[in-house]
Design a protein around this ligand. Structure first.
Ligand code: SIN
Length: 311
């Protein structure tokens, strides 16, 4: 049976599939469910310093080709996730998990990261620079000056393995400019992509979610080509120490295969996990292994990043 084992920043994971932050990760109960599934690890819901209720409901809606959401970063607050992860670290020292976080201001982001730096947490940290759903707060990673300044300040004190969750970019110049910034820092990974921000879905002449008059992040089938383009664009441009996590449009083993072919070392499942539950991990893993077996690939390294071009 082909292996779907992978590594991120020197940590080994038995499987390259995991949840995307925002899905099945708000509570310890949900995180435990992912932990006990075929997923290689989990990431928590993006934590802010204090717990947040998020935007008014309805704020998530499944649609035939994906989903639209404007959750507004509801979460239980940093201490809830950090305490759980510290406890887990004692109980399961051989497994590594991801903590997603961001502050509601640059000062809050630094306060959170200082707390994580000073804690005993030994896992991976994903700094979410790409939430499109908090009214009045633009996506940080669309502002290159702010992103560079934030990362410069963060890496003046932060020494733990940190990566960033990115929004999709749509222009080659933006891939170039973003990569030039990221390559200056000891980032361990970039995660491409968060939802395609601020779409609109209509049913019966009405929007389907309440916040922002229906504008919300789009996930699922709609976004796979954009996600693959971002994975590959950054795989081509980033220094090898910065690995890529691929997220967006993963419904099947073939989708996961394509993310890895574009350069992903880990693949996250969002909308499909929301629709299908944690059984999706086993199904997608088996489908991925079947494709690998058919092609004679024994491990992910046999095809990672080896996307072919037309001459
Ligand atoms: C949200 O909570 O609004 C979604 C999180 C995100 O897209 O980063």
């Amino acid at each position: 049976m082909p292996s779907t084992q992978t590594q991120i920043a020197d940590f080994t994971f038995d499987n390259c599939l995991m949840n995307a932050a925002g899905v099945a990760c708000m509570t310890i109960g949900e995180l435990e469910e992912v932990k006990h599934s075929a997923a290689g690890t989990f990431v928590t819901k993006t934590a802010t310093l204090e717990a947040r209720a998020g935007n008014p409901e309805p704020r998530y809606h499944n649609v035939p080709l994906g989903s639209i959401n404007s959750m507004g970063l509801p979460n239980q607050g940093l201490n809830y996730y950090l305490d759980y992860l510290l406890d887990l670290q004692e109980k399961e020292p051989n497994r590594t998990f991801f903590l997603s976080l961001v502050g509601m201001s640059p000062d809050e982001t630094h306060q959170i990261l200082h707390q994580v730096e000073e804690s005993d947490f030994k896992g991976l940290i994903e700094l979410n620079l790409s939430c499109p759903n908090v009214p009045g707060k633009p996506q940080i990673a669309y502002d290159f000056d702010t992103t560079e300044q934030l990362l410069r300040q963060v890496f003046s004190y932060f020494t733990k393995p940190l990566g960033i969750k990115l929004p999709p970019y749509f222009d080659i110049v933006h891939f170039d400019q973003a990569a030039e910034i990221f390559n200056q820092f000891p980032l361990r990974f970039v995660n491409c992509v968060n939802s395609v921000g601020n779409g609109l879905y209509i049913e019966d002449e009405k929007v389907v979610i309440k916040p922002k008059n229906g504008f919300g992040g789009i996930g699922g089938e709609y976004i796979k080509p954009t996600a693959l383009a971002n994975v590959h664009a950054f795989y081509q441009r980033l220094k090898p120490e910065i690995q890529i996590i691929g997220t967006g449009g993963v419904l099947t083993g073939r989708d996961a295969f394509e993310h890895i072919l574009c350069g992903a070392s880990m693949v996250q499942v969002g909308t499909t996990l929301q629709k299908e539950g944690v059984a999706a991990f086993e199904r997608i893993t088996k489908e991925l292994q079947a494709i690998m077996a058919e092609k004679g690939y024994e491990r992910l390294e046999d095809f990672r990043g080896k996307l072919q071009y037309l001459n």
